[in-house]
Write a protein that binds this ligand. Structure first.
Ligand SMILES: NC(=O)c1ccc[n+]([C@@H]2O[C@H](COP(=O)([O-])OP(=O)(O)OC[C@H]3O[C@@H](n4cnc5c(N)ncnc54)[C@H](OP(=O)(O)O)[C@@H]3O)[C@@H](O)[C@H]2O)c1
Length: 262
């Protein structure tokens, strides 16, 4: 059967920001390829989106920290002739200082955030460039701009993703393919609970909803903005991070974090 609708591949689609991307993209007429470890949640979401929007939705249970699982997703991404959007969204936090988390946990984060994002972009982009259309969104974070105790590997992986995306945008100029580093700040999802982070003292005004983050990302994509920071306050933090000396920034963020912990 000839593919007529654009296909979006969303990793980490079983919850939070990824699930919102899946819902919004189905609403906008995309077929979907949804990836996460939790098959049951993906299947429930797929059924709902097929019924609501008539989208063709395929689910792929994969732990993106495992190379053999990642290779299955890569193969699917490379072979999908109507792939128009890749959202490298799967991710997690550790909620611990560097020495409190074991080495395997840091490595797993590097695999999911970096290795999977780079390999999937490498698999998806040749087809997109050949068709002269498509986009890749990499989920970075405001945390990628801050030298922050308590999320050392997390912030470093997110900083990598922003830099990677900015450099990729330079190479892809003129190909018709767009890339975006999406850099949300605190967002209501399952992220903090899963990482056992106590965020009860973080003030309400700092938070955004996942739906707002997704709308902001898709607006940035239409405008061709490579680094997309949703929300005015988050844009302010990023602007400050570029002018305040790094050592001072690290100390201020550490003190503020401690004040907000119970
Ligand atoms: N929430 C925030 O405040 C915030 C702020 C900035 C950036 N972000 C970034 O936004 C992205 C989405 O996070 P979220 O806030 O939506 O968190 P979330 O609600 O916890 O969702 C995370 C998603 O990633 C999937 N995932 C985690 N590990 C995986 C693995 N090894 N293999 C495959 N899928 C995996 C999870 O599904 P399974 O458990 O079923 O695998 C889930 O679908 C992450 O990259 C995060 O770093 C979040």
């Amino acid at each position: 059967m000839e593919a007529t609708r654009p296909l979006a591949l969303v990793t980490g689609a079983s919850a939070g920001i990824g699930e919102c991307f899946a819902r919004e993209l189905a609403r906008r007429g995309h077929d979907l390829l949804l990836v996460a470890r939790g098959l049951e949640r993906l299947s429930i979401l797929a059924r709902e989106l097929r019924a609501q929007h008539g989208a063709a939705v395929e689910v792929l249970a994969a732990d993106l920290g495992r190379l053999e699982d990642l290779e299955r997703v890569e193969e699917r991404a490379a072979g999908a002739e109507n792939l128009s959007l890749l959202v490298n969204n799967a991710g997690f936090g550790l909620g611990k200082d560097f020495l409190e988390a074991d080495a395997d946990a840091h490595e797993a984060m590097i695999r999911v955030h970096l290795i999977a994002s780079v390999r999937l972009a490498r698999a998806a982009l040749p087809g997109m460039v050949g068709r002269r259309r498509g986009a890749v969104i990499n989920l970075a974070s405001v945390a990628g701009f801050l030298p922050r105790g308590g999320s050392v590997t997390y912030g470093a992986t997110k900083g990598f993703l922003t830099f990677f995306t900015e450099a990729l945008a330079v190479e892809l100029r003129g190909t018709g393919v767009k890339v975006q580093a999406l850099c949300p700040g605190l967002t209501h999802t399952e992220f903090h609970r899963r990482a056992q982070m106590d965020v009860s003292r973080k003030p309400g005004w700092l938070w955004m909803d996942a739906e707002e983050v997704v709308q902001s990302s898709l607006r940035c994509l239409e405008r061709g903005r490579v680094v997309c920071v949703p929300g005015l306050k988050n844009r302010l933090f990023v602007a400050l991070s570029r002018v305040v000396p790094r050592a001072l920034l690290g100390a201020v963020v550490r003190r503020t974090d401690r004040k907000m912990q119970v």
